[in-house]
Every structure is written in structure tokens, then in C-alpha cells.
Design a protein around this ligand. Structure first.
Ligand code: SF4
Length: 151
């Protein structure tokens, strides 16, 4: 997709920072949970208005970021579905992976199944395994590992 954006075949990506809240402590990041500042999140109805305005301007790609967007998983899923219905072709989000922690707990399978089923109701059909592999082999991953002990 980035190639199409750079060639201006599609308009640039709209990045919506849904929240600056985070549950990780990545040392390189000013939003780590140990930083003391007033946190906030966006209102879903306001975000829908932003999406509608973006569609009118021809935006084709939206990214929901944080902070940790999956702290508001249900809202993010609803907004991804809204964006898809509104005509946004490329939709992405991310997570620091906290949802995959505590795998030894009895409810882990049900929790992950619920997340997978909800994501399956969106237009997302893949995860970027190649990028994940590259980040795991880079120093960025070292910083992240130190930032989130459960990863
Ligand atoms: S998970 Fe992301 S937002 Fe949270 S502290 Fe790490 S880099 Fe920052």
C-alpha cells in the first residue's frame, strides 16, 4: 500500500491517534505508562465525523494508533467497520500485544477467540507477518521487550 501512496495513486493516509493512554513502558516512548501527564481518548462520534470528512476528501487509507488502541478494542473495531462502510479501502491498527499475555490463564482461549471473532467482522484479513519478523530481529524489538514485560 505504501508504494501506491508514494506514487500518489491513492491519497495519503489519515492517522487517527485514538488515545495517548498506554499500558507499556517502552523506554524510547513519551507515552509510556510511567510518564506523568494527563491522558485522554477521542470520542467515537467525533471520529466518525472525521472519517466522513476524510471520505469526502478522497482519503482511502486510515490508521488508528495510540498509545495502545486496543485498550479500547470494541470502539476501535466499531470504528474500523464504520470506516470500511464509509468507503475507506485501507484500514490498519496496531497493538503492543498485551492481549496475548497471561496465556496460562484458563480464560486465554476464550479471550483470544473473542478478539479474533470481532476482528473477523472487520475488513482486516491479514497481519503483516513479514514486518513482525523484521521488528523482532531489530533493536526496536529489544526496546519494546524491555517496555512490556508480558510480551
Ligand atoms: S506500546 Fe507504543 S505507545 Fe505504548 S509505550 Fe510502547 S511505543 Fe509507546
Amino acid at each position: 500500500m505504501i508504494g501506491l501512496v508514494l506514487k500518489r495513486a491513492i491519497p495519503g493516509q489519515l492517522v487517527i491517534q485514538y488515545t495517548d493512554m498506554c499500558n507499556a513502558r517502552c523506554p524510547q516512548c513519551g507515552m509510556r505508562k510511567t510518564e506523568k501527564f494527563s491522558r485522554s481518548k477521542l470520542c467515537p462520534d467525533d471520529v466518525k465525523k472525521i472519517i466522513d470528512a476524510a471520505v469526502l476528501r478522497g482519503v482511502k487509507a486510515i490508521s488508528f494508533t495510540g498509545g495502545e488502541p486496543f485498550l479500547f478494542f470494541d470502539e476501535i473495531v466499531d470504528l474500523m467497520k464504520y470506516a470500511e462502510k464509509a468507503g475507506i479501502k485501507y484500514i490498519r491498527t496496531g497493538t503492543n500485544g498485551f492481549i496475548f499475555t497471561n496465556h496460562d490463564r484458563a480464560d486465554f482461549k476464550d479471550r483470544i477467540t473473542r478478539i479474533a471473532e470481532k476482528l473477523a467482522t472487520t475488513g482486516i484479513y491479514t497481519m503483516d507477518q513479514h514486518r513482525l519478523s523484521r521488528s523482532r530481529s531489530s533493536r526496536k524489538h529489544e526496546g519494546f521487550t524491555r517496555g512490556y514485560s508480558g510480551y
